[in-house]
Write a protein that binds this ligand. Structure first.
Ligand SMILES: [Zn+2]
Length: 244
């Protein structure tokens, strides 16, 4: 059982070379998965199966997209309009690569921890951008890492244009859980599910906190007949936070 296609390749190839040749390695590994039971809606590759990861997550061997990235990509296809300026926090390469090629939008990427390839290094709790700059902001799996999350939400609201939307997702549980006295990584792993998570939101908890900062929040519960075909996770939650 392997964790990812990158994981397989990493065992035999030095990291620096892997980053350079990842695209080509994926193309080779993907041949083993070629078929017509499923399709990746990002790269268009036909698959007999997605790569099954832990926690029911499914990976496209060709472009490296996870389920949530494919769902997000599908949503953005309906939401993003020509001429818009988009800010994407910690963008997965599977989305970043095709979006960077689009000449009809301004697509700007940022990553604070240096884990993703990106244009900028923005501190989300203190964003170095003017007010009302972006039509769309994508903020996936970021806020659960941020101690000053209310300040971050205030900043997202500030840089968003009126009429613009921020698409937000975090891990969710039934009851929001937060305890600022829990700081040690090993304790955070036990309490919040990951060593660098500072809380776990509930959908309602995140929605309420965004509403406090001025957003109008729509909770999207994603289900579709084609979920299995595209390797999407049924019942996935995404918060669309709008600045009116
Ligand atoms: Zn793909």
């Amino acid at each position: 059982m392997y964790n990812s296609v990158k994981g397989i390749a990493r065992r035999v190839i030095p990291g620096r070379l892997l980053a350079k040749y990842e695209y080509f390695l994926r193309r080779i590994i993907a041949i083993r998965y070629r078929g017509n039971r499923h399709r990746c809606n990002i790269c268009g590759y036909g698959l007999r199966a997605f790569v099954e990861l832990n926690d029911e997550e499914r990976l496209c061997p060709r472009c490296g997209s996870l389920s949530r990235a494919r769902r997000l990509y599908m949503i953005l296809e309906n939401e993003v309009n020509s001429g818009e300026r988009i800010l994407h926090f910690s963008p997965p390469g599977a989305i970043r690569r095709p979006y960077e090629l689009r000449s009809n939008i301004e697509y700007i990427t940022t990553d604070y921890a240096g884990e993703f390839t990106a244009d900028k290094c923005i501190d989300i709790a203190n964003i170095d951008e003017s007010d009302n700059m972006f039509d769309k902001i994508i903020c996936y799996h970021i806020l659960e890492h941020i101690e000053e999350d209310r300040k971050a939400m205030m900043e997202l609201f500030r840089i968003l244009k009126s009429g613009g939307s921020c698409f937000i997702q975090t891990p969710f549980i039934e009851e929001m859980y937060e305890d600022q006295s829990i700081i040690a990584p090993e304790e955070r792993l036990i309490h919040f599910g990951q060593e660098d998570h500072v809380r776990v939101y509930s959908v309602k908890g995140l929605r309420d906190r965004l509403t406090e900062q001025g957003f109008s929040v729509e909770v999207l519960v994603m289900n579709g007949d084609t979920d299995d075909y595209f390797g999407l996770r049924p019942g996935e939650y995404i918060l669309k936070a709008r600045k009116s």
